[in-house]
Design a protein around this ligand. Structure first.
Ligand SMILES: Nc1ncnc2c1ncn2[C@@H]1O[C@H](COP(=O)(O)OP(=O)(O)OP(=O)(O)O)[C@@H](O)[C@H]1O
Ligand SMILES: [Mg+2]
Length: 279
């Protein structure tokens, strides 16, 4: 079963927004509307949109600005943007593409033309992901509170369903995610609920990749005490990262320590000696 694709329609012309919402809903899409740029930028981090239809002339932040801001952020720059605008001069269209638009449709438009642009853009993105080998991807963010960690486990479960990892191997990966999640909440965001933890997970043909990012000041991973040193035995904390390194194939800190990336290679023999979770 293919998942329902989510489209965000951004236009200060509310009648046009509603018309597109009705039309695209009938075509099987899940549609959200935003009547200005600020609302659009607030909505984008909340859902994983598959496409954005964006007007240019809007009060406040205009469409060029919305597009530019999204296309310069790693988390959002993969979302295709179709600009839909009454600005039809060649210069306007060039500016649209320069700010990162994937397609440009001028108003007034025929709905079939817009529909073709939607289908073509989504297909292009699907091919690009296929070239990268990404089979499934999930991204979300949560406030720095421990109770969200259960939700993380639930959300990442949908990735594991698409692999043939054994239950104890899945348990190991969930444990590793949990350790990094706690570190991001406690050490990174210092339990500040206003700070977010961002998670992105991708299933490639050959590997699973998890990235956890906090909004803290980072740290130097080479400076933390060695948990395997004899005196380390007496400490009751300070083993999270060591444990993770035993549970996954690669762990790397980037962005000055605010971002942890871990990789689990698939299609390889089971790890001997790795800690076992419940069977
Ligand atoms: N996201 C992060 N931001 C800032 N510092 C971090 C982060 N993650 C880890 N650290 C630093 O690395 C140290 C080691 O982390 P590790 O998870 O191994 O142990 P711990 O969290 O102190 O204890 P525990 O064994 O309960 O996990 C932490 O004490 C902290 O100083
Ligand atoms: Mg820890």
């Amino acid at each position: 079963m293919s998942e329902q694709k989510k489209i965000l329609v951004v236009d200060d012309d509310r009648d046009l927004c509603r018309m597109l919402e009705r039309y695209l809903t009938v075509k099987g899409f899940a549609v959200d509307q935003a009547y200005d740029g600020e609302t659009a930028l607030r909505l984008v981090p909340k859902k994983e949109y598959d496409l954005i239809i964006l007007d240019i002339m809007m009060p406040g932040i205009d469409g060029y600005d919305v597009c530019g801001r999204l296309k310069t952020q790693r988390e959002y720059n993969h979302i295709p943007i179709i600009m839909l605008s009454a600005k039809s001069a060649e210069m306007d269209i060039v500016t649209g593409f320069k700010t990162g638009a994937d397609e440009y449709v001028t108003k007034p438009f025929e709905i079939q033309k817009l529909m073709k642009a939607i289908n073509d853009t989504m297909e292009k993105r699907r091919r690009a992901r296929e070239d990268l080998g990404i089979k499934h991807e999930i991204k979300f963010e949560f406030e720095s509170r421990y109770d969200y960690l259960d939700k993380v486990n639930e959300l990442i479960s949908q990735l594991f369903l698409r692999t043939d990892l054994a239950p104890d191997e899945i348990w190991n990966l969930k444990l590793a995610m949990h350790e990094l999640g706690i570190n991001a909440i406690e050490h990174g965001n210092k339990l500040d609920p206003k700070k977010q933890v961002k998670v992105s997970c991708a299933l490639y043909t050959e590997k699973l990749e998890f990235v956890i990012e906090d909004e803290g000041e980072g740290f130097d991973p080479s400076s933390i005490p060695d948990p395997t040193a004899p005196e380390g035995i007496r400490r009751d904390r300070g083993r999270g990262i060591y444990l993770v390194s035993q549970l996954v194939d690669e762990i790397e800190y980037i962005n000055g320590g605010c971002m942890a990336k871990m990789v689990r290679h698939l299609n390889k023999p089971r790890r001997a000696g790795a800690p076992k979770g419940p069977q």
